[in-house]
Design a protein around this ligand. Structure first.
Ligand code: TYD
Ligand code: MG
Length: 416
């Protein structure tokens, strides 16, 4: 039997344990109190061995889903939330994460008459209650708990047995089993792991809200995104009431879905037919604009590409893109230069894309090129023309909506 020496550090003042030496005890706050206690541990001798199952003998269980009855949310989740799953929602501060998930919890509770729990570490019960009332979702099935200690939350969940739980937000919750303040990497990992285990064991669906950093990614350990079953982002055009719910990882569904909502005084209303939601009809016929078509699973959504080209003859021409990756725009400019023989190097080029396209969406290469051509030629694009298609470095067009258009050299004939 192999023996292994394990080190544990113990506070000589209050006996608090830690895996590593700490200068100050997080429990009793005494300095230099940690001593190293070596323990002998019997290495795995095979007792932990579990029976492995041949894949042919695994029971084929369908995903047991719960429908919230908010279509835009259920569709993004792949047809409802899977029982016992853990979902993470990220988004900018003030974008409407708490509002969206209050609607999700409240609607599910009302429609299904099942208990749900809103755990708020950020707002008091009164603040959460105010929002619930504003959305008209108060019910005896929707419980609110203002709590930040994981052990208390777990005890409350065990006694209430809710079907759906919201943790708002993961960065405010801490476990007393480990040191570090709420939001610290170790705490976020520990609490998420505990939530994951709880969700799987008790078959409760849990949603956690995560803060995002300045560059738009989820704050905290990247591991968080690997641990959970589903990762959603809630996004918006700046100064617009439209909100987009986008899955970036879903173990139980597709990630090319989006949910569209509109923020108003009554909260977030789902937009049932968002085809023309992101375009301004009044921009039709304006030089430099072109409509693009995005295919999101079974739905089509229009977006608008606006380009402004200025012949400033400057030494250092500016290129800027909003709602799109500048690198991709530069690649498209290179393809235009090569195959249409238009020298754009000395021009200032500004581009803006409205709508739910992703920053590196290739479906809208063709309308982007069309919008650049419109601004460069100072001609407006034919009314009603909607384009989509991906451009390769050889100028070939893949998946064009225009019959017979398969290379960029033939594009201009279709535009004006
Ligand atoms: P909130 O859900 O608190 O954002 P987050 O949790 O992402 O930080 O939303 C805050 C904004 O939403 C706030 O500016 C007010 C607005 N709002 C409405 O416009 N209508 C409403 O019914 C509610 C509840 C909020
Ligand atoms: Mg919030």
């Amino acid at each position: 039997m192999a023996k292994k020496i394990l080190s544990t550090f113990i506070c000589s003042s209050c006996e608090h344990q830690s895996a590593q030496w700490l200068g100050k005890c997080p429990k009793c706050r005494v300095w230099n109190s940690f001593v190293n206690k070596k323990e002998e541990n019997v290495e795995n001798d095979g007792k932990d061995k579990k029976k492995m199952i041949p894949s042919t003998e695994i029971k084929q269980l369908g995903h047991n889903r719960i429908q919230v009855h908010i279509d835009e949310f259920d569709r993004v989740m792949g047809g409802g939330m899977v029982l016992g799953s853990l979902t993470l929602l990220g988004g900018d501060p003030g974008i409407g994460k708490s509002t969206l998930l209050t609607s999700v919890l409240g609607t599910y509770a009302l429609k299904n008459e099942q208990k749900v729990l809103y755990v708020s570490g950020e707002e008091t019960c009164e603040q959460v209650g105010l929002r619930i009332n504003r959305l008209g979702l108060a019910s005896s099935f929707l419980y609110v708990d203002h709590e930040t200690k994981w052990q208390s939350i777990e005890a409350n969940m065990k006694s209430l047995k809710p079907k759906l739980v919201l943790i708002d937000s993961i960065q405010t919750i801490y476990s007393q089993d480990i040191s570090g303040h709420p939001g610290a990497t170790a705490q976020v990992k520990e609490v998420t792991l505990s939530l994951m285990n709880f969700a799987k064991q008790v078959k409760t669906s849990i949603i956690i809200i995560g803060h995002i950093t300045k560059d738009g990614s989820l704050a905290g350990p990247k591991l968080l995104e690997h641990m959970v079953d589903t990762v959603l982002y809630f996004e918006a055009d700046k100064n617009s009431d439209q909100r987009i719910l986008r899955p970036v990882k879903n173990r139980f569904g597709a990630t090319n879905e989006i949910g569209v909502f509109e923020m108003n005084e009554k909260g977030l209303s789902p937009v049932k037919n968002p085809l023309q939601q992101f375009i301004e009809q009044s921009n039709s016929g304006i030089i430099g604009t072109c409509l693009g078509k995005l295919r999101c699973s079974e739905r089509e959504i229009l977006c608008e590409i606006q380009t402004l080209i200025l012949d400033n003859n400057s030494q250092c021409p500016k290129k800027a893109a909003q709602g799109f990756e500048l690198n991709r725009m530069n690649i498209l400019l290179a393809v235009i230069e090569k195959y249409l023989n238009i020298k754009l190097g000395s021009y200032d080029i500004y581009m803006n894309i409205t709508g739910p396209s992703q920053k590196n969406e290739k479906q809208i290469d063709l309308p982007i090129v069309a919008s650049i051509m419109s601004s460069y030629r100072k001609k407006s694009i034919k009314t009603g023309l909607v384009l989509n298609g991906e451009l390769s470095l050889s100028g070939a067009i893949k998946g064009s909506s225009l019959a017979g258009l398969n290379h960029i050299v033939n594009l201009e004939a279709h535009l004006f």
